[in-house]
Design a protein around this ligand. Structure first.
Ligand SMILES: NC(=O)c1ccc[n+]([C@@H]2O[C@H](COP(=O)([O-])OP(=O)(O)OC[C@H]3O[C@@H](n4cnc5c(N)ncnc54)[C@H](OP(=O)(O)O)[C@@H]3O)[C@@H](O)[C@H]2O)c1
Length: 219
């Protein structure tokens, strides 16, 4: 699928992260379309107040219209997303497995793969990247800075599709962060809660170093 220079962004989840990203993306000039929980009422009113300029759509409309789909729903609700419809779409897994919210999920606890690999296996035809997950929602706007600012914070993207990583890198830059291409999706482990990059204020070089597997460093 050809991705436009300024892709349309679809966001699943109109909670803390989804609305913070929507505000930043609308501010950066993106066309943003959102969908919320099936049990969420007055979504159009909510979005018009907290993310003015973003559009509201059904899940089907969102997937039809978006070049890039951001998943910002609770990890434990991932199964409620329309994975089969994500064929060929760049899908950004911004979700964190967070037992205080999600409970302990036995299959995930027992799985050696990174959580994004587990998500990507839900639809191998989707171009899944992990990104936007390791910075707190409240910091996304506070820490957004112009390119070249000496204190600009970094955000990483990992995924097995190099073009998808490049598209995300452009979006991260537009969000106000220095993009770091972290390579394959398996490297995303370092971005997960409890791992070195999660929640830390890091510049691009520091973040890139944490995403380099130790065997690469030894090579
Ligand atoms: N909070 C942070 O600082 C932060 C930062 C980066 C990443 N994350 C990750 O991003 C995700 C969202 O976090 P959050 O803090 O924004 O959570 P949140 O405030 O609870 O928002 C998530 C929203 O997604 C909705 N939702 C559930 N299933 C959905 C579906 N199928 N389609 C559309 N919307 C759906 C939820 O509705 P219901 O309440 O009805 O389920 C809720 O309104 C989590 O995986 C989290 O780990 C969080």
């Amino acid at each position: 699928m050809h991705v436009a220079e300024r892709p349309t962004i679809g966001i699943f989840g109109a909670g803390k992260v989804g609305t913070a990203l929507a505000r930043l993306l609308v501010g950066a000039g993106y066309d943003v379309v959102m969908t919320g929980s099936p049990r969420q009422t007055a979504l159009a009113l909510l979005v018009s107040v907290v993310a003015p300029g973003a559009r509201v759509a059904t899940p089907e409309e969102l997937v039809e219209q978006a070049d890039v789909v951001i998943l910002s729903v609770p990890f434990g609700k991932a199964a409620t997303l329309p994975w089969p419809a994500f064929d060929g779409r760049i899908v950004v897994d911004a979700m964190n497995y967070w037992p205080p919210v999600d409970g302990h999920i036995r299959e995930v606890d027992d799985d050696e793969r990174s959580t994004s690999e587990i998500m990507a296996a839900r639809n191998p035809a989707a171009r899944v990247v992990k990104s936007l997950n390791h910075v707190g929602y409240h910091e996304m706007e506070d820490d957004s800075m112009d390119a070249g600012s000496p204190l600009r914070r970094a955000m990483a993207v990992v995924g097995d599709d190099a073009e998808a990583r490049t598209v995300l890198a452009g979006i991260i830059d537009d969000l106000g962060f220095d993009p770091v291409d972290g390579g394959p999706i398996a490297n995303g482990r370092a971005l997960e809660p409890g791992h070195p990059a999660f929640g830390r204020e890091l510049g691009a070089a520091e973040l890139a170093a944490l995403l380099t597997p130790s065997e690469d460093l030894a090579a």
